[in-house]
Design a binder for this molecule. Structure first.
Ligand code: GLU
Length: 295
């Protein structure tokens, strides 16, 4: 086993795995096995209103049926709030995190006043209103600066093993983003970075729909003194309309009654062909195919 490789699959328990989530799970498992490393599973249940009771156990069962067994007991983000609080405290102390008193409406109005119509995935780029202070408003959320103290934008360059070189100007593309929400819940960006750091994750393999979050996460890693893992974002499974499969668009739960077929279908999305008379031999052949392609 390589002491230097730790990978993970980090599902949100908002429903069962579907064909698309198995692709990410399988790819992260294959990469860990091909490197002789460890593979962990982390249940990302911080967004409690979106979590479905029992989905966590169901996902772990679906993974097990497909032969994807973690090398350590899974962890649940809902039990790790103290770690996130500590990280937020550090970011506050360093002057990078600040309280924000803006409602959605305030943000709309501030953007309209600037003549900005820019919209991104339905999310507005935060105009930075509270960066210089709350102006008497009560604090609602905590945000992270995407500009340096001298006013220069934070620009992140990174390289994806599959997609190649990437660059994002965080201040223009996303704006100061939320670390702790107005409803008191931890934001995905903070929780994922703190946990990847705490669990010593060296390689992140996940769906391409998450690639756009990577620059924000690298910014946080740098501020928290955490190493940046290597990234590989896998192809998405599209439905008949060309939309990414997702629970929101009603993707079918993955059928694991025939795990060989499910694993073969996920492997073919990754461009891997392999034969196997049973799950064990199929997975072993896929590890070899993955190694030949990505290592
Ligand atoms: N929990 C996230 C999701 O299910 C994935 C997080 C990650 O892999 O970084 O979409």
């Amino acid at each position: 086993m390589s002491a230097h490789y730790v990978g993970r699959f980090a599902p949100s328990p908002t429903g069962p795995l579907h064909a698309g989530s198995l692709v990410a799970a399988l790819a992260s498992w294959l990469d860990a096995r091909a490197h002789g490393g460890r593979w962990l599973v982390r249940i990302e249940d911080v967004d409690t209103p979106r979590c479905v009771p029992g989905a966590d156990r169901f996902i772990l069962e679906q993974l097990a049926r497909c032969g994807l067994m973690p090398d350590a007991p899974p962890v649940w983000q809902s039990q790790r709030g103290a770690l996130y609080e500590h990280a937020l405290d550090r970011l506050k102390a360093a002057g990078w995190a600040y309280p924000c008193g803006c409602s959605r409406k305030d943000i709309e109005l501030a953007l309209a006043a600037q003549g900005v119509a820019h919209q991104r995935h339905g999310e507005r780029v935060y105009p930075g209103t509270c960066r210089k202070g709350l102006s008497g408003k009560p604090a609602r959320a905590w945000r992270l600066r995407t500009v340096h103290a001298d006013g220069l934008a934070v620009v992140i360059d990174w390289t994806d093993r599959r997609l190649g070189p990437q660059r994002q100007d965080l201040s223009a593309a996303v704006g100061d983003f939320v670390l702790k929400r107005a409803d008191g819940l931890w934001a995905y960006q903070l929780a994922v970075v703190v946990d990847d750091g705490a669990q010593g994750i060296t390689h992140i393999v996940r769906g391409e729909d998450l690639a756009d979050n990577t620059a924000r996460q690298i910014h946080l890693q740098c501020l928290l003194g955490l190493p940046t893992p290597r990234y590989l974002h896998t192809p998405l499974v599209l439905d008949a309309q060309g939309e990414k499969l997702s629970k929101q668009t009603g993707a079918q739960a993955l059928d694991t009654r025939d795990p060989l077929t499910a694993v073969r279908a996920a492997a073919s999305v990754l461009g891997l062909e392999a034969q196997g008379v049973d799950l064990g031999s199929l997975l072993a052949a896929l590890v070899a195919a993955w190694r030949a392609r990505w290592l």
